[in-house]
Design a binder for this molecule. Structure first.
Ligand code: IDP
Ligand code: MG
Length: 139
């Protein structure tokens, strides 16, 4: 089943020069980039994107972190890519993310536990549709 998902290389990943590494893993798996953008997102966009987390203790720090510098956002297409990219990304907490995953291999979040985990990936068909509309309204 061909799906689309929203993937974001977060500011820590862009700053560390890991955009190419993330794209390589996505393309090597057989997924296709539909569109990409390098941008510094504003707070309003991030508050919409992370609306499900509003009120949680990490919400404000997360919005600040995500707006702190450029991110690399992309729409990725492929067979069951929503679950497939979550699998490539690994567990939310890089400390326990499995080796072989993006977060497990490359995550270094000791300055901000769990938050700086390099990538975002939509978690369901509904989230993917909602998030793609926020980041790429013309699609
Ligand atoms: P996910 O990105 O794996 O889907 P979510 O639970 O949706 O994880 O959380 C969204 C983002 O919020 C995470 O990727 C991470 O950057 C941050 N985050 C989640 N839990 C915590 C926490 O306990 N402390 C700090 N940041 C967190
Ligand atoms: Mg999530």
């Amino acid at each position: 089943m061909t799906e689309r998902t929203l993937v974001i290389v977060k500011p820590d990943g862009v700053e560390r020069g890991l955009v190419g590494e993330v794209v390589k893993r996505i393309e090597s798996k057989g997924y296709r980039l539909v569109t990409v953008d390098l941008l510094t997102p504003d707070r309003a966009t991030l508050e919409r994107h992370y609306a499900e987390h509003e009120g949680k203790p990490f919400f404000r720090p997360l919005v600040e972190f995500m707006s702190s510098g450029p991110v690399f956002a992309m729409v990725v297409e492929g067979d069951r890519v929503i679950a497939g990219f979550r699998s490539l990304a690994g567990a939310t907490d890089p400390t326990v993310a499995a080796p072989g995953t993006i977060r497990g291999d490359l995550g270094r979040e000791w300055d901000a536990p769990v938050m700086r985990n390099l990538v975002h990936g939509s978690d369901s068909e509904a989230s993917a549709a909602r998030e793609i509309a926020i980041w790429f309204p013309s699609l």
